[in-house]
Design a protein around this ligand. Structure first.
Ligand code: HAM
Length: 413
């Protein structure tokens, strides 16, 4: 027997319904916020991720599904969506429409070769938004507000962490002072941290090792070294969050695992799903369009990890839906197919092709959750009629087949 690859899951029945419910709910809200649907390919050239997510990140350094295709191209299954969307944005020359704002949402599979565990898959799904051309910090606030709206609508509890990662004016100076400080601590820090002092010192602050955390308590924090613009933006964001009544905390250790961020960074965390508790993350990436050879364009976005919230979501109960059709005599099957085709223009219809007793058909209708069972027996066939059983109200009616084909409701109330 062939099984799915480790860390990859099939979506069946309730999980599949939940996936649709989550993406449809989020899409509706994103659309209400002025965002348009878009998609990009799952496969991209490897340098796209190296140059955006960053070579020193774990995602690019350790976790990419990377291979040569038959044409010898170095390609990757996308580990995240922002890089591809930015590539598409530049390829469509939208970066040349200076002053224009573009807002997109998308969802689909992402691939990271991580060690699978609860909440951590090798193929997982994200729902994401990306906003281009809006520099105002109000947009960062609006994205956080949108995420909160999505989780509120899905009845998911969360806490919000925010930080500022500074910009090209303040980050390099801060990085220098951080590296100096880290060198004085290097004996006590773990192997990963020591490696990162040279490659990606900011990520040292993100180390989950308890001993490192303790040692790093007095390390300088970027929020104390922000330039005037970044500092003002961050203060304004905090003011907007205060006034919105959203519950948030400033987390100066929040650095995110992707290199393209500058300015605002945020994460939503759930306390109800175990160790992999980040249910969404995002931030600003004002330099990314330029890094990928486009004209400088502001950008900010987020992604929700759909599998991580799946177990927290309950789909509102739907009642019985649609029609089940079955014949009691073989000669009626063709008529059933004709009528089913008519009804399928507006209703969900399941047809049983085997002739069965009325009782067996009613059982079948129950199994597929149909509201109505519609059957043709000897008598109905002779009269050109159908027998309709309303499985919710437990009542029957016999009506001419043509009337059944054209009427939306079959009982007179
Ligand atoms: P990210 O923080 O790498 O950001 O991923 C976003 C979310 O995807 C995480 O918060 C988590 O819920 C989920 N996730 C990540 N890895 C896994 C995994 N292995 N298994 C299951 N779920 C996972 C990004 O990807 C950015 N592109 C977000 C963004 C958009 N920033 C700006 N625009």
């Amino acid at each position: 027997m062939i099984n799915a690859l480790r860390g990859m899951k099939d979506l069946l029945f309730e999980d599949a319904q939940k996936y649709r419910y989550i993406t449809e709910t989020a899409a509706k809200i994103a659309s209400n916020y002025g965002f348009d649907y878009m998609e990009t390919p799952i496969l991209e050239e490897t340098p796209l991720f190296k140059r955006s997510v960053g070579e020193s990140s774990d995602i690019v350094g350790k976790e990419m599904y990377r291979f040569s295709d038959k044409g010898g191209n170095d390609v990757c299954m996308r580990p995240e969506g922002t890089a591809g969307v930015v590539r598409a944005f530049i390829q469509a020359k939208l970066d040349r429409q200076q002053g224009q704002k573009y807002r997109f949402f998308y969802f689909g599979p992402m691939f990271r070769y991580e060690r699978p565990q609860k909440g951590r898959l090798r193929e997982f799904h994200q729902f994401s938004v990306e906003s281009f051309g809006e520099e105002a910090i109000e947009e960062d606030f609006t994205l956080i507000r949108m995420l909160a709206d999505i989780f509120d609508t899905l009845h998911i509890d969360y806490t919000i962490s925010v930080n500022s990662l500074g910009c090209s004016a303040c980050m390099p100076k801060y990085r220098e002072s951080l590296v100096q400080h880290l060198h004085t601590l290097s004996d006590g820090l773990c192997e990963d941290c020591n490696r990162r002092i040279a490659s990606n010192p900011i990520r040292v602050l993100d180390c989950k090792n308890e001993k490192c955390k303790e040692i790093l308590e007095d390390a300088p924090r970027i929020t104390d070294s922000l330039c005037e613009k970044c500092s003002e933006d961050f203060k304004r964001l905090v003011t907007l969050l205060e006034k919105s009544a959203l519950k948030y905390r400033i987390d100066t250790d929040l650095v995110r695992g992707l290199d393209y961020y500058s300015g605002t960074a945020f994460e939503f965390v759930s306390e109800n799903i175990g160790a992999q508790s980040a249910i969404a993350g995002g931030g600003r990436y004002d330099r990314l369009v330029e890094f990928l050879d486009g004209r400088p364009t502001a950008g900010v976005g987020f992604a929700i990890g759909i599998e991580r919230i799946m177990e927290l979501v309950t789909i509102p109960r739907k009642g019985r839906e649609g029609i089940y059709m079955g014949a009691m005599i073989p000669e009626a099957v063709e008529e059933l197919l004709r009528l089913a085709h008519e009804k399928r223009r507006g209703t969900r219809v399941t047809v049983e092709y085997k002739t069965k007793s009325l009782k067996a058909h009613l059982k079948g209708a129950d199994r597929v959750g149909a509201r109505y069972a519609v059957v043709i027996g000897e008598e109905e066939a002779q009269e050109g009629a159908v027998l309709i059983r309303d499985l919710e109200e437990r009542r029957d009616i016999k009506i001419p087949a043509e009337e059944f084909a054209t009427r939306e409701s079959f009982f007179d109330d």
